[in-house]
Design a protein around this ligand. Structure first.
Ligand code: NCD
Length: 309
């Protein structure tokens, strides 16, 4: 199976994921190992939504591979404000670059855009849809801390609009993982995602909870997410759930000593700063892992247009 584009984690088998993580581990151990491999190659960055980590780690990764990036910059300063369609924009950028990274507020935008280009297109987040490259760095972090098999993970917060959650949940069906989803009822995992998870190759082991207390002691990993304020159709609805589901030292009293806490960042108030200095906190390490993982992905996709061989 060849993957010219990376749109969702549903495309990825366990072997695909392990190939990327193994390559990332090599590059993590010796970042200069691939210093000139992609000299002369250009990656196009098209971010129609704010980003700090994803965009900067892609840029860092491409430069560490010897390549460079061309960046559309803000939507306001691009031709999008003149009414240019996404299809036209990606067709033009394809002519300048060897690969495209796209973030867009509309779910499905990456799938649509990928149909117009031949260079690899990587989905860096499509609305409340998917965020597969985040998942790969999440999996890398889990593998480095607790291991990916015999895993009990709690995924908490905005499961409805959280694209990192949707991508992670799908990818974990490739592993021996029990997934516990913790959210207010109004932010439950979308039913189509639950349905899809059950269609996975090995069948997902998933349970949904409204409160964390019962399940927290049995977790190896707690993956906390931000309430995605920008996706709520109504600010009042956001206000009703804002501030719920916060983790602090008191919450963790019943947690396993070895519990790993992750967060794709940015956090608002979901994790109290007092957790940062504890051994539980893995979220900054997780963000750092974005560079070797994206280096590995770019290396494999730009090299041969495939990530599973
Ligand atoms: C996430 C995103 O953009 O979906 N951020 C990221 O890429 N690290 C999570 C979020 O915005 O809450």
């Amino acid at each position: 199976m060849r993957h010219d584009h990376l749109i969702t984690t549903k495309q990825l088998s366990r072997a695909d994921i392990e190939a990327v993580l193994d390559r990332a581990a090599e590059l993590d151990a010796d970042p200069s190992a691939a210093a000139d491999r992609h000299a002369g190659r250009l990656l196009g960055l098209l971010f129609f939504e704010p980003s700090t980590r994803t965009k900067m780690s892609f840029e860092t990764a491409m430069k560490r591979l010897g390549g460079d990036v061309v960046d559309m910059g803000s939507v306001e300063s691009s031709s999008v404000t003149k009414g240019e369609t996404l299809a036209d924009t990606v067709r033009v950028i394809e002519g300048y670059t060897d690969g495209i990274v796209l973030r867009h507020p509309k779910q499905g935008a990456a799938t649509m855009a990928s149909e117009f280009v031949d260079v690899p297109l990587l989905n860096a987040g499509d609305g409340a849809g998917h965020h597969p490259t985040q998942t790969l760095l999440d999996l890398y972090t889990i593998r480095e801390t607790t291991g990916l098999d015999d895993l009990t993970i709690g995924i908490m917060g905005d499961l409805k609009y959280g694209r990192t959650v949707h991508s992670l949940a799908h990818a974990l069906t490739n592993f021996d993982a029990s997934q516990h989803f913790i959210s207010p009822e109004s932010l439950n995992l979308p039913r189509e995602v639950v349905y899809d998870l059950h269609q996975g190759q090995t069948g997902a082991r998933i349970r949904e909870h409204e409160h964390i207390d019962d399940i927290l002691p049995s977790l190896d990993v707690l993956y906390v997410t931000r309430i995605q304020r920008e996706r709520f159709p109504d600010e009042n609805e956001y206000q009703q759930v804002a501030g719920e589901y916060q983790i602090d030292a008191e919450t963790l009293e019943v947690a396993d000593e070895e519990l790993t806490i992750m967060h794709p960042l940015p956090r608002v108030d979901e994790i109290a700063p007092e957790i940062d200095e504890t051994d539980h906190a893995a979220y900054f390490e997780q963000a750092h892992n974005g560079v070797p993982v994206r280096m590995a992905l770019l290396d494999m996709l730009l090299e041969g247009g495939e990530i599973d061989e």
